[in-house]
Design a protein around this ligand. Structure first.
Ligand SMILES: Cc1cc2nc3c(=O)[nH]c(=O)nc-3n(C[C@H](O)[C@H](O)[C@H](O)COP(=O)(O)O)c2cc1C
Length: 156
């Protein structure tokens, strides 16, 4: 799915990466599962169409997401995401020009849900939850990328 987007990158002078986190507004685990499923289905279709790739994490009541792709596509996607009432208090950590993508293989990877992952970032998540407000865009992006690689390896 993401290969055509990748092939276009060499022609694209405006590749951008956006990193944000937000607070979940959906209550209950069952509703949350359904919500995640819906978000990922929409993301994978829409993002593949406009050349956006990235990863989404849900943890301790928060979402964290990285979006990469042509600047305009990333902006339009983020504007739509910000309007979504399933989350709020959206905090933008980074929106910057980049040379290459980190998430070449995923129109939207979903990371952090497995037991193994929970152990991996367990150090960062204490009683008070995963403190995203103390992370930089680069840190958060690196965490999500690490988790995506781990999950890919585990699935192989
Ligand atoms: C945390 C979160 C992340 C989302 N990420 C994406 C995304 O990467 N791409 C996308 O198209 N929609 C994303 N959405 C969903 C959008 O807000 C919106 O519901 C969707 O794009 C509408 O798509 P549709 O018109 O095809 O139904 C996300 C929503 C939430 C709450």
């Amino acid at each position: 799915m993401s290969q055509p987007a990748l092939n276009q990158d060499s022609l694209n002078q405006d590749l951008r990466r956006l990193v944000y986190y937000s607070r979940n507004r959906v209550g209950g685990p069952a509703a949350m599962n359904e919500t995640i499923r819906g978000i990922l289905a929409a993301s994978r279709t829409n993002n593949a169409r406009v050349g956006v790739t990235g990863a989404l994490m849900f943890n301790a009541g928060c979402f964290a997401q990285v979006l990469e792709g042509p600047g305009e596509a990333v902006e339009t996607t983020f504007e739509r995401i910000q309007q979504d009432e399933r989350h709020g208090e959206v905090s933008l950590l980074a929106f910057e020009a980049v040379e290459t993508r980190l998430f070449t293989e995923w129109s939207m990877a979903f990371v952090g849900a497995s037991q193994a992952d929970a152990a991996l970032y367990g150090d960062m998540a204490g009683e008070s939850g995963f403190d995203l407000s103390r992370m930089t865009g680069n840190n958060l992006c690196a965490v999500l990328h690490g988790l995506a690689l781990e999950e890919e390896a585990a699935a192989a």
